[in-house]
Design a protein around this ligand. Structure first.
Ligand code: ATP
Length: 479
């Protein structure tokens, strides 16, 4: 335990003030409690500041974030813990932007709060020399609507991480199953970052044919290749000063991985067919639903690129692991759908909501959103019952796990406008089958072939075709 310190607790809720102050006193600290920010500010003007301050956000009079701002202006090194029951991205990001040491969601565990106090005090002692000036960040408004919905502990933790990472210009890798909201998370990181007034440019690596990807990313000069009539400015240049979101990064062809790595290391590149060296300042946020570490182990994804992209990792939990959020999301989607469709608002009945909460949602939030739109358009009454959920839920319930995932994946790609899906899907299907069979046969092709009921030559041919395609020689032959 660290040595005794002076700690202030500011909260208009007597109960919180009392239990937190008592717990901190029991841990050996000298604690003063204030029931408003104004009181604490008056005290600080005439007295030595404490070593640590806990403050609530919403209080009559001056709020906690305004208190944080004033304290940080006068005492930049004073660690402040912001406490609140509101854990949307905007509030948490507002706190971190204002220089908060930590954001504590209410209700909190007292042991956790005391441990946090010790950590803040230790760090403040250790980093006294580090400049914690927050000048420009204090002025930014937090007026972005809370697009990301969620109140479960997992989502609250995610919002806190978003608020925290948004402030530093580090590359972020977002992982999570399809439809969990990775793109929304990327947008939130950008929106809450100092780059918010600069462009957010998104590129879905999987939706663009490999041979066009390089020019899409880095641009090309007129005449660089057949069909390149005009100069094209790539996404990197479009995103200059802002954020480039690379979705489905796991699908990036090997040659381009190498090029991307070089650009990230050097911060400059040539357009395809160009001679002018282009320098850009871009923050990269990438996303994947694939286990990239595993793909790196298999040699399909470059380890050094993974390290460069994965400076900070944000994991978005699947919807079935945060079922308590389903009613919130469903109500929001159905209300938005009604507004968009110009129809009378509908609400979910209790049984329907229960049914939604029981479903496994292999397509995650996107699947729930699609269902809500369908129901908004189709359900005859204003109160939605189980029968209105209809085939949507039933037919998906009928499939096995992987069929559901495949259906969700295909739907998403088709909605994104992707073509040639059959060949790609077949190749991936075969690859999974072959790799699994090889793994259980210790890499022995003959045995893998026997177990799959295929000839050994077929296995060799399929593996060859799969590898060739992966090394991006254009090949549309079936498998
Ligand atoms: N927490 C959330 N609150 C509100 N809407 C959400 C949330 N998460 C996802 N959505 C909505 O669900 C849909 C899918 O989200 P998004 O495209 O961000 O998922 P994704 O993980 O990037 O998917 P993919 O892996 O398929 O690219 C979007 O319409 C998005 O607005």
């Amino acid at each position: 335990m660290s040595e005794a310190a002076r700690i202030w607790v500011v909260d208009d809720d007597h109960g919180v003030r009392f239990v937190l102050a008592t717990a901190l006193r029991e841990a050996g600290h000298e604690v003063r409690a204030f029931n408003s920010a104004d009181e604490a500010l008056m005290e600080i003007a005439s007295n030595t500041p404490p070593a640590l301050l806990f403050t609530d956000v919403r209080m009559p009079g001056e709020g906690g974030l305004a208190l944080l701002e004033k304290l940080k202006a006068a005492h930049p090194r004073l660690p402040v813990v912001v406490m609140s029951a509101y854990t949307d991205v905007a509030s948490t990001a507002g706190a971190f932007r204002g220089g908060a040491f930590e954001y504590l969601s209410k209700p909190f565990d007292l042991d956790e709060a005391v441990a946090l106090a010790e950590r803040a005090l230790d760090e403040a002692r250790g980093i006294a020399e580090i400049n914690t000036s927050t000048e420009d960040v204090l002025t930014k408004q937090s007026d972005i609507p809370p697009a990301l919905i969620g109140q479960t502990p997992a989502m609250r933790a995610l919002f806190r991480s978003i608020g925290r990472v948004a402030q530093a210009p580090l590359n972020v890798l977002i992982t999570g199953e399809t439809g969990t909201g990775k793109e929304l998370v990327a947008r939130a990181v950008h929106a809450e970052s100092p780059r918010t007034h600069k462009p957010f440019v998104a590129l879905n690596t999987a939706a663009i044919p490999a041979e066009l990807l390089e020019s899409e990313l880095f641009g090309h000069e007129a005449g660089a290749f057949t069909g390149a009539n005009k100069r094209h400015i790539g996404r990197f240049e479009q995103a200059d000063g802002g954020t480039l979101f690379l979705d489905e990064i796991g699908d990036m062809p090997a040659a381009l991985q190498t090029r991307l790595l070089r650009v990230l290391a050097e911060g400059e590149f040539f357009r395809v067919g160009g001679r002018e060296l282009i320098r850009v300042d871009v923050r990269i946020i990438s996303a994947t639903h694939q286990p990239l570490e595993k793909r790196a182990d298999e040699g399909v994804f470059r380890v050094d690129l993974l390290h460069r992209l994965n400076v900070v990792h944000l994991a978005v939990p699947p919807l079935r692991e945060r079922r308590e959020d389903i009613p919130l999301l469903a109500e929001d989607f159905i209300a938005r759908a009604a507004r968009k469709l110009g129809i009378t608002p509908k609400t979910f009945g209790k049984a329907a909501l229960q049914k939604l909460q029981q479903h496994d949602w292999p397509g995650n939030v996107r699947e729930l959103e699609n269902l809500c739109w369908r129901v908004a358009a189709m359900a005859p009454g204003e109160r939605i019952g189980i029968a209105d959920l209809g085939d949507g839920l039933r037919s998906r319930d009928a499939g096995t796990g992987w069929e559901q995932s495949l259906a969700a994946w295909v739907t998403q790609r088709l909605e994104a406008g992707e073509t040639g899906l059959h060949a790609k899907t077949r190749e991936r299907f075969d690859r999974v089958l072959l790799e699994a069979a090889l793994a259980v046969s210790d890499g022995h092709r003959g045995r893998a072939a026997d177990r799959l009921g295929l000839g050994r030559n077929t296995v060799t041919r399929k593996l060859g075709a799969s590898r060739r395609r992966r090394s991006h020689k254009k090949n549309d032959a079936g498998l």
